[in-house]
Design a protein around this ligand. Structure first.
Ligand SMILES: Cc1cc2nc3c(=O)[nH]c(=O)nc-3n(C[C@H](O)[C@H](O)[C@H](O)COP(=O)(O)O)c2cc1C
Length: 273
């Protein structure tokens, strides 16, 4: 039986995120078991940027509960994630865990390619801001295989399932978890399927999911995005992940080489403020 991990990034118990995760689970075609993890229940401290986890099989020096969450993801067969919009972005519990991402590289074998779906829940239709992008970024950086993401709307706890469209979204997300992947229908990044872009010039854009740049132009009345992969990638392929890890580990050597030149810059600012 497949083990499904439901990740809820909201402190509200039996709120819309928890209900959506469970609704997606109920719609799964095959028998599965569900474990639920509420990110806000865990003590997850800020990353100290010491890089030691990279040289220690992903074990972080911080004595908190981050590894419990990481282990739960690593041992699941698939992930259903839901996060609410909180001032136009996903709830901070999601980012708090993500910021500990250097330690994820020690679990690459257990993380890479795990099927996952994501739901952004917002109280006001259209007012989710960057929540869906935050959810997609989270799933990409835990090295999951995003099968589908959706934004759904509902404010009061439970209200999310009053809407037929939201119930259909739960069913569709469930079908794509182990079935055919649902790609974005509008203009999207050909490298990562992201559909949020920042304009850098009249027709040049950067994909806000994979951070690669390219151009946007019209073809037969439709916007088409062409994105070119930069030399340094974070997650497009498994090799990218390995290369990025090696690059990060190289920072230690680089720091040792540059230490003498860097120290006077820092020391000069020591007493300010
Ligand atoms: C502090 C706070 C900020 C919120 N910010 C937004 C927002 O920016 N946009 C929006 O559409 N809804 C916003 N909402 C509404 C929630 O996204 C909505 O109620 C959602 O259903 C909550 O999910 P939950 O029940 O799982 O906690 C906010 C709610 C709270 C409590």
């Amino acid at each position: 039986m497949k083990k499904i991990l439901g990740i809820v990034s909201s402190a509200r118990r039996l709120g819309n995120c928890e209900i959506m995760v469970k609704a997606v689970f109920r719609n799964l075609a095959r028998p599965c078991e569900l474990s639920l993890l509420r990110l806000t229940d865990f003590q997850i401290d800020p990353c100290r940027g010491c890089y030691r986890c990279l040289f220690n099989d992903g074990h972080c020096v911080i004595d908190d509960e981050c590894s419990i969450v990481l282990d739960a993801i690593g041992s699941a067969d698939a992930v259903i994630l839901a996060a609410p919009a909180c001032f136009l972005g996903a709830h901070s519990a999601l980012k708090r865990f993500l910021d500990r991402g250097l330690s994820f590289y020690g679990s690459e074998d257990r993380l890479w390619g795990k099927p996952a779906v994501g739901v952004a829940v917002a109280g006001i239709p259209g007012m989710e801001g960057g929540t869906l992008l935050d959810i997609e970024r989270f799933l990409k950086l835990i090295l999951a295989d995003i099968r589908q993401t959706q934004a759904v709307y509902g404010a009061l706890p439970g209200e999310i399932l009053l809407d037929q469209g939201n119930r259909e979204a739960a069913s569709s997300l469930a079908q794509s978890l182990f079935g055919p992947k649902i790609h974005k229908t509008g203009p999207n990044c050909p490298l990562c399927d992201g559909d949020a872009f920042r304009f850098m010039g009249p027709d040049t854009v950067r994909c806000l999911l994979c951070s690669n740049a390219g151009i946007i132009h019209m073809m037969d009345g439709t916007a088409v995005v062409e994105i070119n992969p930069a030399d340094h990638q974070l997650f497009l392929t498994r090799q990218d992940v390995k290369d990025h890890k090696a690059w990060l580990m190289g920072m230690k050597e680089r720091f040792m080489t540059m230490r003498k030149a860097l120290e006077p810059i820092s020391v000069d600012y020591l007493k300010d403020g």
